[in-house]
Design a protein around this ligand. Structure first.
Ligand code: NAD
Length: 543
């Protein structure tokens, strides 16, 4: 038993490496990319520490180069899901009884392993499997995941530090127990950091986890399991199951021992999960905790006092980095007519310089979209815009899947502020602009607030302080992450706690104590030093 009051120092964010020509990190990453392309792997599920190979192989092709192969993964099914639940339930007993400081150490060690010898491996796997530039991989699979693993143990101590008042004759305290049952972590394709955080945040708090990553992002998931194992995570605490959501989801979600769901992905899938759980809520031992961060239709709102150059740069980065496949990507913009002619010219000039292609060519700013289904959905939105009389495609609008799933950065101007492209999540490199009469700033903000069901991220660009104050107030519920003169993407752990409400999720702010608190069930304990020896109260005495 560990005796001592243990402090975890407040972490600092992991510095971002720059990968400039001639740098050591650039050379090392290029070597790792080549190694991975020359050495295809077979990716198994990992259940109770054992690699499970089902023989049902699915090939892994980089989305930007469909002729290359990264190997295969072994597709799992309901049987493996059941095995993972059994493993989690068994591992939970010893793990949840372990000192919290020992659990913290596993995550802190994983952070150091990722910051060091695994950095280029996880970055290269993310670049090749998910089609990210080296910069997008670095800020995701290296820096953000390292930050999650360093900050969460620190925030865990803040959760445990929440204690009630005691009196002279009574000791009160609160024990932050892990949830009863297991936690189901379901991660999206677009961020390795989110994939790593969804299972490890509940595990840190003493839970055991069944983790199902997106089928289009299994390679980084496998390396995350290797890092955690090397960091000392006991077998069975996190069980990786690689398989389709509609196959793995139902047996896990309907299991009587389901204690919680930690989900990030689309609003539709999250609603399906919630409906599945709600359809027979009486069967569970406890009400499952449901945490989900979902879709967005994120905006950049421009006031006529804004700096045009800053707006242009942030529209380009916000809308087109990682091909617009960030939940926070700028997907709609509101621009005053007084700025639009100059802004449009600068924006189109800048976009004309963007190169789209293979991740291994570092001159490319954009790569491919994730898969055939995403390519089809996004190109259908573009075709819709092409045929709608209220919309005009100002640039891009072309797509090609001969080599990989490439879609050119596209800007659409919509005369209708409530059109399909101004309200629905597209999740691709398509920015839709509505030009409003500059005298109607407030009415335009009302449109922004009420057009889309989502409320994840948004920005105001203005120099005029009155405009900033008005926008901050008018758009209060339109975004869980609101930016002033900055793009709506790029939240940093510990700096801009991330998450939104309305159709964007439960807003439990990943990477903060707010999220960690969802994975515990507090027990209040009262100890009385000298209990009464007589049931009678003084008021009952005879006068
Ligand atoms: P998705 O909803 O298609 O898939 C997410 C995960 O759910 C995958 O692992 C998938 O296999 C699984 N799944 C699918 N059907 C399931 C079922 N019936 N039961 C259980 N699991 C099931 O999302 P995606 O395409 O991987 O990711 C893109 C979406 O994620 C976008 O909508 C984006 O906005 C959102 N996202 C949100 C945030 C955020 O923090 N708000 C962050 C990243 C991504």
């Amino acid at each position: 038993m560990f005796n001592g009051i243990f402090h975890i120092r407040e972490p600092k964010n992991e510095p971002i490496l720059r990968y400039e020509p001639g740098s050591a990190e650039r050379a090392a990453l290029k070597t790792e990319l080549t190694r991975m392309l020359e050495n295809p792997v077979e990716v198994p599920s990992v259940i109770n520490g054992r690699e499970i190979r089902t023989g049902d192989l699915v090939e892994l092709n980089p989305p930007h180069n469909l002729r290359q192969t990264l190997g295969n993964y072994h597709r799992a099914g309901a049987r493996e899901a059941e095995m993972a639940i059994t493993a989690a339930n068994q591992a939970k007993i010893a793990w949840s009884e372990m000192d919290w400081s020992a659990r913290a150490t596993v995550m802190l060690k994983a952070a150091e392993l990722l910051a060091g010898k695994y950095r280029h491996t996880l970055n290269a796997a993310t670049m090749l499997n998910m089609s990210k530039t080296c910069h997008q991989a670095e800020i995701d699979s290296a820096c953000e995941l390292i930050d999650f693993w360093r900050f969460n143990p620190y925030f865990m101590t803040q959760v445990y530090d929440q204690q009630p008042i005691s009196t002279q004759d009574v000791l009160n305290y609160m024990e932050h127990r892990p949830l009863e049952g297991f936690v189901f972590a379901v991660s999206p394709f677009n961020f390795t950091s989110i994939a790593g955080n969804l299972p490890t945040a509940p595990a840190l708090m003493g839970n055991a986890v069944v983790w199902k990553p997106a089928s289009s992002a299994v390679l980084p998931a496998y390396y995350i399991m290797k890092i955690l194992k090397e960091a000392g995570l006991p077998d069975g605490v996190i069980n990786l199951v690689l398989g389709p959501g509609p196959v793995i989801g139902p047996p896990v979600l309907n299991h009587v021992d389901l204690g919680g769901v930690h989900f990030t992905g689309s609003t539709y899938v999250f609603s399906t999960i919630w409906l599945t759980i709600g359809s027979d809520i009486r069967k569970y031992q406890s009400y499952p905790r449901i945490v989900g961060e979902t879709g967005g239709k994120d905006f950049i709102f421009v006031h006529e006092s804004a700096d045009i150059k800053a707006v242009t740069a942030n529209l380009v980065r916000g809308a087109f980095e990682y091909q617009g496949q960030k939940c926070s990507a700028a997907s709609r913009a509101y621009i005053p007519d007084s700025l639009w002619p100059r802004l449009k010219e600068q924006l189109l000039d800048e976009i004309a310089t963007i190169k789209v292609g293979d991740v291994c060519d570092f001159r490319n700013f954009m790569n491919a979209v994730i898969d055939k289904a995403a390519f089809k959905t996004i190109s259908e939105y573009i075709d819709f815009a092409r045929h709608d009389p209220h919309m005009e495609i100002l640039c891009g609008g072309t797509y090609d899947q001969k080599e990989g799933y490439f879609i050119q950065p596209t800007v659409v101007q919509s005369a209708d502020p409530r059109s399909k492209l101004m309200s629905e999540e597209i999740f691709g490199p398509v920015l839709t602009v509505y030009v409003y009469p500059h005298a109607e700033f407030e009415q335009a903000m009302d449109l922004c607030n009420t057009t889309s069901p989502y409320a994840l991220t948004g920005s105001i660009f203005a120099q005029d302080r009155f405009a900033i104050v008005k926008a901050t107030k008018a758009l209060r519920n339109a975004a869980g992450n609101f930016y002033i003169n900055d793009k709506p993407t790029g939240a940093v752990v510990g700096q801009q706690p991330f998450g939104g409400s309305r159709a964007s999720g439960t807003n439990d702010k990943a990477g903060t104590w707010l999220n960690l608190e969802r994975w515990v069930s507090p027990r209040s304990i009262k100890e009385t030093y000298l209990p009464p020896a007589n049931y009678r109260y003084p008021f009952m005495a005879e006068p």
